[in-house]
Design a protein around this ligand. Structure first.
Ligand SMILES: Cc1cc2nc3c(=O)[nH]c(=O)nc-3n(C[C@H](O)[C@H](O)[C@H](O)COP(=O)(O)OP(=O)(O)OC[C@H]3O[C@@H](n4cnc5c(N)ncnc54)[C@H](O)[C@@H]3O)c2cc1C
Length: 553
């Protein structure tokens, strides 16, 4: 692509993990292209990609029960789990390439090894977990997954969760040590630092307000400089709308037919964070349970060890909620202004279909801190209110569209890539599996928008991502090779566990009540090896001090 005055090759809207990934891929594939980034906030990775706004799970389907679905004949469909795992392997390879080539450094600042566990209780759920383990553990992608129903083993794996727990009812867990905690905020900032040092113009405090196609086939963007108040006009041959929750409005402004009949439904999130080092030290894992009945899949409860700013903390949640904003820093008018004549019937159909979801979200929003603590106690029976604070997480805008399977106004829980027929514009909507699969999603955009160039770029893509175009599940040797080399590059070689603390488990006594699900945490680890101190996490301005849920967001 050549350059003309005032015209650039590529404009990336938004400085989240998605634009960061696309910009970095393009810089490697075609270093001469001119790239500009416009971000309305004053720094990169401040919205959903921020470390306090998402759960930081390197989603590889190692513990997320919703990726393995029980079919009507009782067998398990593991295809989604395989897909998500393969997609995460692409991210691991690309990040390793960046580290190996000194394009980014200190991988421990954005990725840490952490066992991923699933934990359930109640007979039916235990049967399901056993079946899941049987279906996955022989698959090379899930090698090393262990299963146990034995309370003694569970005490070792999940000391904090087993303390004070009634173990009379059936409980079970799986554990796999190759999981990760990813600080997507730190990674986003690293990638933008790298881009800035490589001639990418990054404009913070610049709000993109309109996008339109001009007669010469370029895209013209009007952008408000929030510092000076001036409106700037920039043109590009290719535009990526990576504005997170802001993408839908911008897609609508572009006027491309592919963006019509799509709506968005915002789901807000809230985590509880533990500040007490004595508690934090007793948990070392991401432990996922099952979503409660009526809850959307993104509300699966989990108890996670997090590494943020070299500090270890525990996060529990997310609690879903409803807010009409599409971004955490968005406007209360976001939802209403996204309803247009061309998507109003889709939105109305979704509204009628999803009454129970709306009800669920409103109920969640109304929970008091003590009610949330009760949910947490399903995981940590002895959790004390004073050890846990609430933090507001990012907004997720779920896509609503008409589908053959679901009919008009069907809520989608995945990630949607929308590209214009000309291949000169692409947008990313939706949020799951999210940041973990950013590399896969951005490769998809490159394939859709630059099919010719991708043929030329393929050798470079394969240099960065050796398994590109190859199924790892069908090539276990390559998988092993990649797993070992990426673990080495990213510092994910599992450390030796240290002795666990002994744990008091309250023997049966009472009630085999509800069969709600529980998720817990695993074994302890040598903190020195991890370079982690034991200070209280520096919970930032997101910290919610009020107990009134209406004031939380
Ligand atoms: C509660 C929660 C938990 C999650 N947990 C996980 C997890 O465990 N693992 C995982 O992989 N993913 C997770 N995700 C999903 C993940 O966070 C997102 O998929 C990912 O961060 C999206 O990145 P993005 O770059 O598209 O958007 P963002 O990070 O939101 O970036 C978009 C940027 O665009 C800017 N912008 C918006 N409008 C404009 C405009 N008009 N002009 C200029 N700039 C604009 C915004 O300010 C923002 O900086 C979670 C998300 C949430 C909300």
């Amino acid at each position: 692509m050549s350059n003309r005055q005032n015209t650039t090759d590529v404009i990336l809207i938004g400085a989240g993990i998605m634009s960061a990934t696309l910009g970095t891929l393009l810089k490697e594939l075609t270093p001469d292209w001119k790239i500009k980034v416009f971000e309305k906030l004053s720094n990169a990775g401040e919205e959903s990609s921020n470390e306090w706004n998402n759960a930081g799970t390197g989603h590889a389907a190692l513990c997320e029960l919703n990726y393995t679905v029980e079919k009507s004949d009782g067998s398990l469909d593991i295809s989604k789990a395989i897909k998500v795992n393969e997609q995460f392997q692409l991210s691991r390879q690309f990040w390793s390439y960046l580290v190996n080539n000194n394009l980014i450094n200190n991988p421990e600042e954005f990725i840490m090894p952490l066992p991923h566990m699933s934990y359930v209780r109640g007979e039916e759920n235990v049967k399901f977990l056993k079946k899941r383990h049987d279906a996955l553990s022989n698959n090379p992608l899930f090698k090393g997954m262990e299963y146990s129903e034995d309370p003694e083993t569970l005490k070792e794996w999940l000391p904090l969760m087993m303390k004070g727990r009634n173990v009379k009812e059936p409980i079970a867990a799986t554990k796999i040590d190759s999981g990760t905690d990813v600080n997507f905020g730190a990674l986003t900032r690293m990638l933008f630092d790298h881009l800035k040092g490589n001639n990418v113009e990054i404009h913070y405090q610049h709000n993109v307000t309109t996008i339109k196609r001009t007669s010469d086939g370029l895209w013209e963007l009007k952008i408000k400089n929030l510092n000076s108040g001036a409106v700037e006009v920039h043109k590009a041959k290719f535009v990526f709308i990576g504005a997170g929750g802001g993408s839908l409005h911008l897609l609508q402004k572009s006027g491309i037919p592919e963006g019509k009949h799509i709506g968005g439904f915002p789901v807000s999130g809230l985590f509880m964070v533990c500040k007490n080092p004595e508690v934090v030290e007793q948990h070392h894992a991401k432990v996922y349970g099952k979503a409660s009945v009526g809850a959307p899949p993104m509300s699966v409860p989990h108890l996670d060890t997090r590494y943020i700013d070299n500090k270890k903390s525990l996060l529990f949640g997310p609690f879903a909620g409803f807010s009409p904003k599409f971004l955490k820093t968005g406007s209360n008018l976001d939802l209403i202004t996204s309803v247009k004549p061309y998507n109003v019937f889709t939105m109305l159909a979704a509204g009628a279909k999803e009454m129970s979801l709306t009800k669920y979200l409103i109920q969640q929003l109304m929970l008091s801190k003590e009610q949330r603590m009760e949910e947490l106690r399903d995981f940590v029976p002895e959790a004390k209110s004073e050890d846990w604070d609430m933090v507001v997480a990012g907004q997720r805008v779920q896509v609503i569209k008409d589908t053959e399977a679901g009919g008009k106004g069907t809520l989608q829980f995945g990630t949607e890539v929308v590209t214009g027929a000309s291949g000169s514009i692409a947008a990313l909507l939706g949020a799951s599996p999210g940041a973990s699969t950013a590399v896969h999603v951005m490769l998809e955009i490159l394939n859709r928008c630059f099919p010719q160039q991708m043929k030329e770029w393929e050798p470079k893509v394969k240099e960065m991502i050796p398994s590109y175009g190859v199924s790892l599940v069908e090539n276990p040797e390559l998988l092993q090779e990649i797993h070992t080399s990426t673990a080495q590059a990213l510092g994910l070689v599992t450390e030796q566990p240290v002795e666990e603390e002994s744990v008091d488990v309250v023997e049966p006594e009472a009630t085999a009540e509800e069969d709600s699900l529980i998720v817990d945490t695993g074994d302890t680890e040598n903190d020195e090896t991890l370079g982690v101190d034991r200070e209280v996490p520096n919970v930032d301005a997101n910290l919610v001090v009020e107990e009134d849920p209406k004031k939380e967001d």
